[in-house]
Design a protein around this ligand. Structure first.
Ligand code: APR
Length: 230
């Protein structure tokens, strides 16, 4: 399970860190359906800024190690992420489970039948004319999960399946946003060994079997070497 801390070394701001997004922006103004209803131009301006920021970033060593692990035939490593930056995808992660959607996908705000499924759009620019649903002509919105919204049931089911594992590694997340933060406990209840990698303590540190205080982009390559050395 990964969070914003995994992309920090790539230059993507976290949410609650010292330079975190929620220090300078109010989620209720930018990341809720009512905020979009109230001021879609402001919300789109903010997502356009985040897309431009992420477009200038590259996957780092943490993404690369997890991508390699996910490609191994022998070891079944499944990456579940809260991140919407798709840097895991760009690193080549296979069968990635994205719980909170993607900055690079959009969908119909009205939820029209044809537009309810997200479509990828890496090139859209936000001008006066805000993005529109090609099916119903209504406003299109970023296909990310906003506060107060439910996650996609299929993604939750896949993440829950992945939580039936031997080792559950939680990396770079403050472990306070649910339901994502609940999977470590589910895995533990199913007998998994819980390991955490974070620069600081989180609520998960209290029940983790191993909590490594360190940067994901340093700890994961070291772990990879140790595992390779057998
Ligand atoms: N290596 C490891 N951990 C790091 C690093 C790093 N290089 N840099 C920061 N961290 C840790 C921080 O200590 C913090 O615990 O990553 C965590 C980032 O926490 P948040 O900013 O809260 O991000 P995240 O847990 O992913 O947020 C969850 O909240 O705002 C919503 O939908 C949004 O997906 C997001 C969700």
């Amino acid at each position: 399970m990964t969070g914003a801390g995994v992309s920090a070394a790539s230059g993507v701001p976290t949410f609650r860190g010292p330079e975190g997004l929620w220090r300078s922006f109010r989620p209720e103004d930018l990341a809720t359906p009512s905020a979009f209803e109230r001021d879609p131009a402001l919300v789109w301006e903010w997502y356009a800024w985040r897309r431009a920021k992420v477009a200038s970033c590259q996957p780092n060593a943490a993404h690369e190690v997890l991508a390699r692990w996910s490609q191994h035939e022998s070891t079944q490593v499944r990456v579940v992420t809260q991140n919407v930056d798709d840097l895991h995808l760009r690193a080549g992660t296979r069968d990635l489970i994205r719980l909170h959607g993607s900055l690079w996908e959009i969908k119909c705000f009205n939820g029209c039948a044809a537009g309810v499924r997200a479509w990828r759009d890496e090139v859209l620019t936000v001008t006066e004319r805000l993005p529109r649903c090609p099916h119903c002509g209504g406003l299109a919105r970023p296909a990310v999960v906003w506060f107060g919204e439910s996650l996609d049931a299929a993604d939750v089911a896949r993440a829950s399946q992945a939580a039936s594992c031997d080792v559950f590694l939680t990396v770079g997340t403050s472990a306070i946003v649910y339901p994502a933060a609940g999977f470590a406990r589910i895995a533990q209840a199913r007998g998994a060994f819980i390991a955490e990698i974070n620069l600081e303590q989180t609520p998960a540190s209290a029940f983790a079997d191993a909590a490594v205080l360190g940067a994901a982009e340093d700890v994961l390559p070291t772990l990879d070497q140790l595992l390779a050395a057998g």
